[in-house]
Write a protein that binds this ligand. Structure first.
Ligand code: KIV
Ligand code: ZN
Length: 518
């Protein structure tokens, strides 16, 4: 690999999925891994094998299926974690064990290890990982708040023990660009053996500087960026893959580094990750936000018509957005829908097309023009594998009394009906759902927004539920806001079921805390 090539290490399926409420099913993880592999991600961190049976199964299966990407699993600094990780990644053509330990004073205090005891542990665990796998990454968690001398000491120990990549995590999003560049530069200058290995940067976005900090680290000499699609991750998230990749592409004049990413696949994977994780992409998100290429003000539109470069630094096609956006209507056929889906980045098989076409026709009957955003919302509302499904809903509401809802839901293939009253139509519908599927989940968020304009626009509703420490989000769209709300609530309940592992897909709750070192 040349000196200007930056390795892209994607951790959407590990650090991203760790975000409360972002749990993906086994099938969804395999699908995202395949998309990452296809788009040219060098290394996929597929999970934390010892954390649960589901994680182990996902890392093993992704390892078996990987084509070009190296598959990595995470392990804490103990032999049991490392052995389990090695067992999961061994099927991959190219594999990696990533082992870590918190080295800052705050993190050292948790396992109550002295500096010397921790140094010995690092040597033993990295050596053990290296005995099992020829490619080993080691991370001093909270590196940016670790004492400089101690950081140099433990990095040197890890290199001597056989680590091939040293990752410098900014675990709490504390650093700033100049400091980030300087830290990597000084480590390379100071630590014996540093020129033999690759330095990686792993930034969190708590102060909104993850992208800048990652690129600055590369300027300082790092040659691996750890990132997630849409910046998915705990708290304010991780470095967004699409941002660092496009920054290096668009400003190659001042950031002369290359990646192996096919940027035309960015939009499709962004949408898919958003759908399966239940985390919407903010409208004004750089690169993949709904408004990232929209020019609405008069001055901008005028400029754009005269010369696109007036207000556009990259072409929509470069990130996988098609230039045309003619709406579909009720006379549009399957071929037109398939073509539109493909332009929007969705490649569907014949069976899926059949299902989407039925839902598209239903929508087109109620809505004169079906815009791109309606199609995207339709794709996000796929309920094929759900155990709970809304069949029908009728609500009577208005001034002068409670609302009455009659709701039919299919539960494991059986239709049941509930009639309930509530303080408004949404309350009545949610109560009916709870009568049919009793649960103690708390409604933490209920959000409605219109997908397009006009009174026949679809409403997208997001619902976030929490139950016994498990969080699940649901989303749905419909031209009727109350129906969209009921579907979103049911969607979130389906995800809660999956999260509890009740569907037997292995997506069980994480039992292990990252802070448990032993
Ligand atoms: O943020 C962090 O420190 C991590 C480590 C496990 C690398 O995700
Ligand atoms: Zn992290």
């Amino acid at each position: 690999m040349t000196q200007d090539r930056v390795v892209i290490f994607d951790t959407t399926l590990r650090d991203g999925e760790q975000s409360p409420g972002a749990t993906m099913t086994h099938e969804e993880k395999l699908e995202i891994a395949e998309m990452l592999d296809d788009m040219g991600v060098d290394i996929i961190e597929a999970g934390f094998p010892i954390a649960s049976e589901g994680d182990f199964r996902a890392v093993s299966e992704i390892s078996k299926r990987s084509k070009n990407s190296r598959i990595c699993g995470l392990a804490r600094a103990n032999f049991a974690d490392i052995d389990r990780c090695a067992e999961a990644v061994k099927h991959a053509g190219l594999s990696r064990i990533h082992t870590f330990i918190g080295t800052s004073p705050l993190h050292r205090a948790i396992p109550n290890l002295t500096m010397d005891e921790m140094a010995d542990k690092i040597h033993a665990t990295v050596s053990h990982a290296r005995d099992l796998c020829e490619n080993v990454q080691w991370s001093p968690m909270d590196a940016t708040r670790t004492e400089w001398d101690y950081l140099c000491r433990v990095v040197e120990i890890a290199i001597k023990a056989g680590a091939t990549t040293i990752n410098i995590p900014d675990t709490v999003g504390y650093t700033a660009p100049l400091e980030s560049a300087d830290l990597i530069k000084r480590l390379i200058e100071t630590v014996p053996g540093a020129d033999e290995i690759i330095f990686a940067t792993h930034c969190h976005n708590d102060l909104g500087m993850a992208t800048a900090n990652s690129l600055a680290a590369v300027a300082g000499g790092a040659r691996q960026i750890e990132c997630t699609i849409n910046g998915l991750g705990e708290r304010a998230g991780n470095t967004a893959l699409e941002e660092v990749v496009m920054a290096m592409k668009v400003r190659h004049d001042i950031m002369p580094w290359t990646t192996g990413i096919d940027t035309t696949k960015l939009m499709a994977i962004s949408r898919r990750v958003s759908t399966v994780s239940g985390f919407p992409v903010q409208f004004n998100k750089a690169i993949v936000g709904k408004n990232a290429f929209a020019h609405e003000s008069g001055i901008h539109q005028d400029g754009m018509l005269k010369n696109k470069e007036t207000f556009e630094i990259m072409r929509p096609e470069d990130v996988g957005l098609s230039g045309t956006s003619l709406p579909l209507g009720k006379h549009s056929g399957r071929a037109a829908l398939r073509d539109k889906l493909s332009n929007l980045g969705y490649e569907v098989g014949d069976n899926q097309l059949k299902d989407v076409f039925v839902r598209f026709k239903d929508l087109a009957d109620r809505k004169k023009e079906v815009f791109d955003d309606d199609i995207i919302a339709l794709m996000r509302s796929d309920t094929t594998n759900d155990r709970l499904k809304l069949k029908t809903l009728r609500v009577v509401c208005g001034t002068g009394g409670p609302a009455d809802a009659t709701l039919v839901m299919e539960i494991d293939g059986q239709e049941t009906t509930a009639i309930s009253q509530g303080d408004g139509p949404v309350d009545a519908a949610f109560k009916a759902i709870r009568m049919l599927h009793p649960n103690t989940a708390r409604l933490e968020l209920y959000q409605v927004h219109a997908v397009t304009e006009g009174t026949d626009a679809q409403a997208t509703v997001s619902v976030r539920l929490s139950e016994e420490g498990i969080i699940a989000t649901g989303e749905s769209a419909d031209t009727d806001t109350v129906v969209a709300s009921a579907k979103a609530y049911i969607h979130a309940l389906n995800r809660l079921l999956v999260r509890r592992g009740k569907l037997g897909d292995g997506a069980d709750a994480k039992e292990i805390n990252y802070k448990d070192v032993n």
